[in-house]
Design a protein around this ligand. Structure first.
Ligand code: SIN
Length: 301
């Protein structure tokens, strides 16, 4: 007989910053009732980034929780990866093998091999996989090991970035498409199978509207994706660079941001359609281990 799923009584505590809220009183290892999922979705639409502290999840539970927000997406092609095969107690080393729903973000090296991506480097501001025609709408990052200091993850509110965009800048970019480069990851590493790019106009990737509409909330957001090798279609390179520098300086101002200081058991869910993120570097002699899932998204419009 199907178990009756009770609505868990959740408490929503906004960070007080431009985005982010803690969701308390919930155990994500349990299957969530539709009412609980609806309450989380509402809080997510309001706060863009949700943090659930004190969780104890295996990868299958992380995938089950993530699937409440849509269809699970494959992990990105990364410089070094170890990926989970769903439903099996098995990981593969190659990003090419298997169905890849959990990616590992870590600086840990085992037997001379990195077990995950991004090392201990700074990861610069970006939106996950925005170089794809249909980038993932959401990402969830779950902390299994955290360093004593560093490795904080910052988030920036792209609704507010759009709403506070100076009028002249907004006019210049309204209706424009921008190329989102796929050659490098956010830690500056060349992705497997890609060659270096020197002219942004030649960069492989996807073109997306600089101002997009969120398909659920209907709100407009700035959608920049990644700075490296970006190019605004229809401008000469110099003007494109000038406009992009102005947009990026605006979109990453501290008043638009909130930083997550990780504790073991934190799960943070963010909305790639209206949020950018980055990560501070940390001491490579300490350990940081995160498991990440992501949800398929639509073509930005
Ligand atoms: C990322 O930049 O996607 C990684 C975030 C993190 O490791 O905190």
């Amino acid at each position: 007989m199907a178990a009756v799923l009770e609505k868990q009584k959740i408490e929503i505590k906004p960070t007080g910053a431009a985005l982010g809220a803690d969701i308390e009183g919930i155990d994500l290892a349990r299957e969530l009732s539709p009412k609980t999922v609806d309450a989380i979705k509402e809080a997510w639409a309001d706060h863009l980034v949700l943090r659930f502290r004190g969780q104890k999840l295996d990868d299958d539970q992380l995938m089950r929780f993530s699937a409440n927000f849509g269809e699970l997406d494959w992990a990105p092609v990364i410089a070094a990866s170890r990926v989970k095969i769903p439903g099996e107690d098995r990981y593969v080393e190659s990003a090419e093998e298997g169905r890849r729903y959990i990616s590992i973000i870590s600086n840990i090296v085992e037997n001379g091999k990195a077990i995950g991506a991004l090392g201990a480097y700074e990861s610069i501001w970006h939106t996950d996989m925005s170089y794809n025609p249909e980038p993932p709408c959401a990402s969830a990052l779950y902390a299994l090991e955290v360093p004593p200091s560093g490795g904080d993850t910052g988030f920036s509110n792209m609704y507010v970035a759009y709403e506070t965009l100076p009028g002249e800048l907004r006019q210049q970019v309204e209706g424009r498409l921008c190329r989102h480069d796929s050659t490098y990851n956010s830690a500056g590493e060349l992705r497997r199978g890609f060659n270096e790019v020197t002219d942004p106009r030649q960069a492989p990737g996807a073109d997306h509207p600089i101002i997009r509409t969120h398909p659920v909330t209907g709100r407009k957001a700035l959608f920049l994706g990644r700075r490296r090798n970006a190019y605004i279609q229809g401008f000469d390179l110099e003007d494109s660079e000038r406009l992009l520098d102005a947009l990026w300086a605006h979109a990453t101002r501290p008043e638009l941001t909130w930083y997550q200081q990780w504790r073991i058991g934190d799960l943070v869910l963010w909305d790639n359609r209206c949020v950018m993120h980055r990560r501070d570097e940390f001491d490579p002699n300490t350990r940081r281990l995160m498991h990440r899932s992501q949800i398929k998204g639509d073509r930005p419009y």
